[in-house]
Structures are given as structure tokens and as C-alpha cells.
Design a protein around this ligand. Structure first.
Ligand code: CIR
Length: 254
């Protein structure tokens, strides 16, 4: 059974963390309606959606991806780089506990799930402002004995690794080379975002389909030309809070 953990949009989302965007009003009603469509899309792709209630005080808590790294063998509860986001992890640990042995990142380590992309047995970790050396080495210690290889990826100009790259097939990444050092991805096929669409690398692979945000027509055409099957979802309201299609769920096999 494939599970997707999601969480409703917080009524406090107007106070979200912002790093690369100017603050603009976010409609909770529109964001929630788009989020509901996203959950429908996950269900349509065979996910059993475990929707957690919205957290009234935790502005960014809809972005559940940042709170955990879920692998086949275990799950790592992160310690998010933004202090305001740290209380989000408690309820996520409770939701994951029935499915996985849990390991927690401890201080001084920080890491956001948005900085972690797993491709087979390789775990790529973005060196962003949210993820520090201690966070990376704690993940290494947890995962290398289980046979994973951890590869760090220098980033510039973006929030998370998964702002800059997305897995669109088991051996294929969509990549913005301006933001991520693409030399780290040896052995993977790379599709470049269109230069006019720097934000177009956010993509969520589920089975053989990719959930892909609306609004990136040029890069979408590149994906189609490469034979990637996409389903477009409009998350434009959450994009104002610097969120995308990967960050709104934690997906794993139960
Ligand atoms: C933040 O800055 O933490 C949120 N406003 C956005 C988090 C998006 N998460 C993700 O891309 N994994």
C-alpha cells in the first residue's frame, strides 16, 4: 500500500518563512482548494492519503516534506533549519511511527526534507541555508550502514535541493544547473529546465507518473519530448509561500 501523508493549509500561512520571494497575500481558501485537488491527484495515483488536520499556529506546516526523510528501512525525523518550523515534527513522528523505525536529527544538526532527494540507493543532499554539516553527517551515519551512498550537492540561489532538481523517472532528473552543481549527478539522465523557467524543476514522481506544477509550459514540453508522463496540478497559491508539488506530501510504501 502506498501512503501519502499530507496536512491542511494553516490559517497562519501568511506568516510563512520566505527566503527568495517578496511577501504577497496568500488566500487560505484558494490554497486549501488547490491543496484538496492535489490530494485528489495523489489518491488518483493510488496513494492512501493520510491527511493531518491543519495546524492553526504553524504557518508552514502544510509543507510536510521538510519534516522527515522516509526510506524503505527507516524514517529520519528532521530538525528543520528554520526555527519556526521545528514544532512541526512532533505530529509527523506520530504519523510515521506505525510504519517505520524512527531516528531523529539532533542539535546542532539541521536538515530540511526538501534538501534530500533519493534516487535508488543514492541520497543527494543539498547544502542549503537550511541544512548544515552536522545534519548531513547524522544522515550519513544513519543511512550508510543500510547501503546508501550520500552525495552532497552545492546550491546557489534557491531554497532547497528540490527547488533545483526533481526526479522524473528512476534514472532521470529535471535540473536547473544555475542553482545546483549538476556534476554531482553522474549516471543520471539530465533534462534542463527552460532558461526562462528557473522554478520549473519541482516535480513529484509517483510510480510512472509525474505530478508537475502548472505554469511551466516550455519545460513541460521538454518533459513530454523526453517521454515523461505528467499530470499537471495548480499549486500557485502555495507557490507564494515558496512551496511546490514535492513539499506537500511524504510518500512511501507501507
Ligand atoms: C519555508 O520557507 O520553509 C516554506 N515557506 C516553504 C517550504 C517549501 N518546502 C519545500 O520546498 N520542501
Amino acid at each position: 500500500m502506498r501512503v501519502a501523508i499530507t496536512r491542511g493549509v494553516s490559517p497562519a500561512i501568511a506568516r510563512c518563512e520566505l527566503t527568495h520571494l517578496e511577501r504577497e497575500p496568500v488566500s487560505v481558501a484558494i490554497a486549501s482548494a488547490q491543496h484538496a485537488e492535489y490530494e485528489k491527484c495523489l489518491a488518483g495515483l493510488g496513494c492512501n492519503v493520510h491527511a493531518l488536520a491543519a495546524e492553526p499556529e504553524l504557518a508552514d506546516s502544510v509543507f510536510v516534506e521538510d519534516t522527515a526523510i522516509v526510506l524503505e528501512e527507516l524514517a529520519i525525523i528532521t530538525r528543520p533549519g528554520a526555527e519556526s518550523r521545528r514544532p512541526e515534527t512532533t505530529s509527523i513522528a506520530e504519523a510515521l511511527a506505525p510504519y517505520r523505525t524512527l531516528i531523529s536529527i539532533v542539535a546542532p544538526g539541521t536538515i530540511d526534507g526538501g534538501d534530500v532527494l533519493v534516487a535508488g540507493r543514492t541520497v543527494y543532499i543539498g547544502c542549503s541555508e537550511r541544512t548544515n554539516d552536522s545534519g548531513v553527517s547524522q544522515v550519513r551515519v544513519a543511512l550508510e550502514p543500510a547501503g546508501y551512498t550520500v552525495v552532497t550537492v552545492p546550491l546557489t540561489g534557491c531554497l532547497h535541493l528540490k527547488s533545483a532538481i526533481g526526479l522524473v523517472a528512476p534514472d532521470t532528473l529535471i535540473v536547473n544547473r544555475e542553482w545546483a552543481d549538476a556534476s554531482r549527478f553522474s549516471g543520471l539522465r539530465l533534462i534542463d529546465v527552460d532558461p526562462a523557467e528557473p522554478w520549473a524543476a519541482g516535480a513529484l514522481l509517483i510510480g510512472e507518473r509525474v505530478i508537475y506544477p502548472t505554469g511551466f509550459e516550455r519545460t513541460l514540453a521538454r518533459l513530454k519530448d523526453a517521454g515523461i508522463g505528467t499530470i499537471e496540478v495548480d499549486l500557485s497559491e502555495l507557490a507564494k509561500a515558496e512551496g511546490g508539488v514535492t513539499c506537500c506530501s511524504l510518500i512511501f510504501e507501507a
